[in-house]
Design a protein around this ligand. Structure first.
Ligand SMILES: Cc1ncc(C[n+]2csc(CCOP(=O)(O)OP(=O)(O)O)c2C)c(N)n1
Ligand SMILES: [Mg+2]
Length: 408
């Protein structure tokens, strides 16, 4: 997409003002604009895989890329959501095997990213998720059964995006990034202080729409955080075959925005980096890209056999970096979590799982003609023809069933 609209027509302040806002934001970090845009040399990690808080000098930070440890209240809430998220992921995978859901792209192992993506936002902000981000949508406050409705395979998206300020979980890769940029542009024109978090995977960063969304957001200086969950695979394609950039966070600087990479299994670091990104975006310093370094612990979906393209040793290596265990150790060692707290959170997770079993346990009657109903205001001749063919087939089926029953 070529940007052909005059900036001054849509952004009264124009690009010069946007550039000034960025320069001002960078000034307070005491570094150059280039050093602000380039990710820190190492990923930000605050709590190591054994659950120990790392010394500040080993957290991967550097001047202008320093992050305070989030408060205890936020961390406890994050842990609670992690446990619920893990339980939901595993319950959903079971519901697929039982035929109650058609498909479920699980975020098992990526729950820290899911939880942080929701908790860093305020009520008036927007989130634009993908098919793998059901736990993030739920953590944002959408009813769990409504979130999972889309995976049943009927036509309905389940929840009202306007009510929750959460876009539909998009399956066509990176379409949601353009929706996100559009909403951010509209909010900016209206003078609202909305921040938009747009989610995608590592594979999705090769899409044309990824480029268009990032370029538009940077040129129009929009308050968007592009949150890339690098789980190392795009179905069977490993990251090394997808991109040879030094990191996915480095893609940001090419568009003129800041990038940062963070340990995606460390919810403490994720919250620290995303909280600052949201604050900066809200203050008007433009879009940012955050790459979370994580791993897809299970197959792409139930329709995929991951043993055909990756070694079990690799999966085992990542199991040791589990985000839930890590946080449990960290909070327990700090005296913030005890057996009673654990039991309360486990009970909460079980209640959500029961809600899903109940809510998705019944078949919903669907009208096959709804396939055609909401495509165009005026159906095309082809759709009319296909709809008539379906009506004919359904009538013949019904007649056959009727005569079979009459003959019995
Ligand atoms: C435009 C488009 N092209 C291809 C696909 C098929 N497809 C579905 S998921 C996927 C892999 C995406 O990988 P990634 O972005 O890393 O996300 P992950 O599934 O790992 O979360 C592909 C190629 C699609 N859904 N949309
Ligand atoms: Mg991926």
């Amino acid at each position: 997409m070529t940007i052909s609209a005059d900036h001054t027509a849509t952004d009264p302040a124009g690009p010069a003002a946007a550039e000034n806002a960025l320069t001002e934001a960078v000034k307070k970090f005491g570094i150059t604009v280039e050093d602000y845009m380039l990710p820190a040399r190492h990923q930000i990690q605050m709590v190591d895989p054994d659950g120990r808080l790392k010394p500040e000098s080993e957290q991967g930070t550097q001047p202008g890329h320093e992050y305070p440890v989030p408060g205890d209240k936020e961390l406890l809430e994050a842990y609670e959501r992690l446990v619920v998220g893990r339980r939901v992921n595993d319950q959903n995978s079971a519901l697929v095997r039982q035929g109650r859901m058609a498909v479920y792209p699980s975020s098992h192992g990526q729950e820290a990213c899911q939880v942080a993506a929701a908790l860093c936002l305020s009520g008036g902000d927007w989130m634009f998720p993908t098919y793998r981000d059901a736990v993030a949508v739920m953590t944002r406050g959408v009813d769990p059964v409504q979130v999972m409705t889309i995976f049943r395979g009927d036509w309905h998206g389940g929840y009202d995006p306007l009510e929750y300020k959460v876009g539909i979980q998009c399956t066509p890769l990176t379409t949601q990034l353009l929706h996100a940029v559009g909403v951010a542009h509209a909010a900016k024109l209206r003078g609202e202080d909305t921040v938009v978090l747009a989610m995608c995977g590592d594979g999705a960063t090769s899409e044309g729409d990824f480029h268009e969304a990032l370029n538009f957001a940077a040129v129009f200086h929009l308050p968007v955080i592009f949150f890339v969950q690098n789980n190392k695979y795009a179905i069977s394609v490993p990251l090394a075959h997808q991109s040879v950039a030094p990191s996915l966070a480095h893609k940001a600087v090419g568009y003129g925005m800041a990038g940062e990479r963070v340990d995606g299994n460390d919810v403490v670091a994720l919250l620290a980096v995303l909280d600052r990104a949201v604050k900066l975006a809200r203050e008007g310093s433009g879009p940012l890209l955050v790459e979370a370094n994580t791993y897809r612990m299970q197959a792409h979906t139930n329709a995929d056999d991951d043993t055909r393209y990756r070694e079990s040793a690799e999966v085992a290596e990542w199991r040791a970096k589990d985000p839930v265990n890590r946080m449990r150790t960290y909070l327990t060692d700090r005296g913030l979590l005890d057996d009673d707290g654990e039991a309360r959170i486990a009970a909460q997770a079980e209640a959500v799982a029961a809600q899903l079993r109940e809510g998705l346990g019944e078949d919903v009657p669907v009208d096959p003609q709804e396939l055609f109903r909401h495509v165009f205001t005026e159906p095309t001749p082809q759709l009319k023809e296909q709809s008539a063919m379906l009506a004919d087939e359904l009538a013949r089926d019904a007649a056959a069933t009727h005569s079979k029953e009459a003959g019995q």
